[in-house]
Design a protein around this ligand. Structure first.
Ligand code: NDP
Length: 408
């Protein structure tokens, strides 16, 4: 495992001391500090300044109560977060995650990573992240709406198109962004469409934002293959997750001639040797909001559902972890290497543990870190912000309406 440069050890120790128990945040900071070792060796003056320390300290951390009423009339209580990490380059920018595992340490790790990812896009966006320990799974549309409205009733005072611009993440897609935007509009009495990204294309959203993270991850893999004169054609690809990032990564893999042989959700994974039927999977996940086991039930003998277990046991040429942090461990990495996996690209944020990354580097597996490989989504969000700032619309139906005089 890589070690920390001795001049950066005190910075890391301070982060651990100041943020007790926030293990995901410690992990994300350590990863960045390790990568800075060669820089500090060459420029020791950087380790002495407050720059690195400041990068590890969020500018603002907001925690709030989110009360809401469920369908049976019971009051439920959740905790909401927004960590405004760094605004050196632009308004804070980063998604909202609704998942029961959300706590300050997860939001901080995501905000920290987002700062570097956003800088890498070259767009004028700072870094932030937020969310709540709310579980949308099994909740009715009306319950999700009431939760989102209550969440925004507090969040609205902290965000704005020039201040902080949230988007989606785990558990937050087009439906939730719609409820959040509606409440923001009601409370502020402003049509400030640049306050959120990931909106529908009929009301300020950008074309291809939905697909951008997954597609971008696959474009990154293609660039890796190009360096050795290869392509995705005929490659066997395993994609973990079956949410926004996973579905559109799988879509692009298939379009480029690869075969997606396995996908998952938190209950288990499905395998299909001749390739996953993505239309069916989309129907199950995007329309029916059902579990991945239903995919195998609907497909019959050609597909196989494995409850629990590790999707990384499925032999493949390319692995795309697109579900969540630390989902690919050292043991999983060893299995992938043994099975001849050649490329791993992180569609999710920090899905590979440090030990897994180390194993890939040692084995010569080409590894694309999430800060670069999944930056397509936020880069497209920055375009959505530009479009909103200029009161422009690049929605396809609007474009068609403008072109067609018959439709006025
Ligand atoms: P979604 O909620 O759309 O999908 C998440 C998927 O991952 C679901 O299939 C979910 O299964 C699975 N999953 C979530 N938590 C776990 C867990 N603890 N164990 C196993 N599976 C789990 O989220 P996104 O696709 O938007 O996000 C996926 C990842 O990509 C996250 O790491 C996110 O931070 C990152 N990302 C997202 C971007 C975006 O544009 N949306 C941009 C850049 C990064 P289940 O339904 O069973 O929970």
């Amino acid at each position: 495992m890589p070690t920390l440069h001795e001049m950066l050890l005190p910075v890391f120790d301070e982060v651990v001391k100041r943020n007790p128990g926030e293990i995901e945040f410690h992990q994300a900071v350590r990863e960045v500090l390790e990568s800075l070792g060669p820089v500090v060796a060459k420029h020791p003056e950087y380790a002495d300044t407050q720059i690195i320390r400041s990068l590890c300290e969020p500018e603002r951390q907001i925690i709030f109560r989110v009360p809401w009423v469920d369908d049976s009339g019971q009051v439920q209580l959740n905790r909401g977060f927004r960590v405004e990490f760094n605004s050196a380059l632009g308004p804070y920018k980063g998604g909202l995650r609704f998942h029961p595992s959300v706590y300050l340490g997860i939001v901080k790790f995501l905000g920290f990573e987002q700062t570097f990812k956003n800088a890498l896009t070259g767009m004028p966006i700072g870094g932030g992240k937020g969310g709540a320990d709310f579980d949308p799974k099994g909740r009715s549309d009306a319950e999700v709406m009431r939760f989102c409205q209550s969440f925004m009733t507090e969040l609205y005072r902290h965000i704005g198109e020039y201040t902080d611009v949230p988007a989606g993440d785990i558990g937050v897609g087009g439906r939730e962004i719609g409820y959040l935007f509606g409440q923001y509009k009601r409370i502020t009495n402003r049509y400030e469409s640049g306050v959120l990204t990931g909106k529908g294309t009929g009301w300020g959203g950008s074309q291809v934002r939905t697909e951008a993270t997954g597609y971008g991850t696959v474009f990154f893999v293609e660039e890796i293959f190009k360096t050795t004169g290869e392509s995705l054609e005929d490659k066997r690809v395993v994609v973990s997750g079956s949410g926004n990032v996973a579905i559109y990564a799988a879509e692009k893999v298939i379009e480029r001639g690869g075969t997606v042989v396995a996908m998952s959700d938190s209950s288990g994974y499905v395998t299909e040797d001749n390739g996953v039927d993505l239309d069916l999977l989309k129907d199950i996940k995007l329309n029916r909001r059902a579990r991945i086991r239903d995919y195998a039930t609907d497909r019959g003998a050609s597909a196989h559902f494995v409850e629990g277990g590790s999707i990384w046991d499925v032999p493949c040429d390319v692995a795309l972890p697109c579900a969540t942090q630390n989902e690919l461990t050292a043991a999983d990495a060893a299995t992938l290497i043994r099975n001849g996996c050649a490329v791993v690209a992180e569609g999710a944020n920090m899905p590979a543990t440090p030990e897994a990354m180390h194993a890939f580097h040692e084995a010569g597996v080409r590894f694309a870190p999430g800060k670069a490989a999944n930056a397509g989504g936020v880069a497209t969000s920055a375009l959505e912000m530009q479009q909103n700032a200029s009161r422009d619309s690049r929605a396809p139906d609007m474009a068609a309406a403008v072109k067609s005089p018959a439709r006025g």
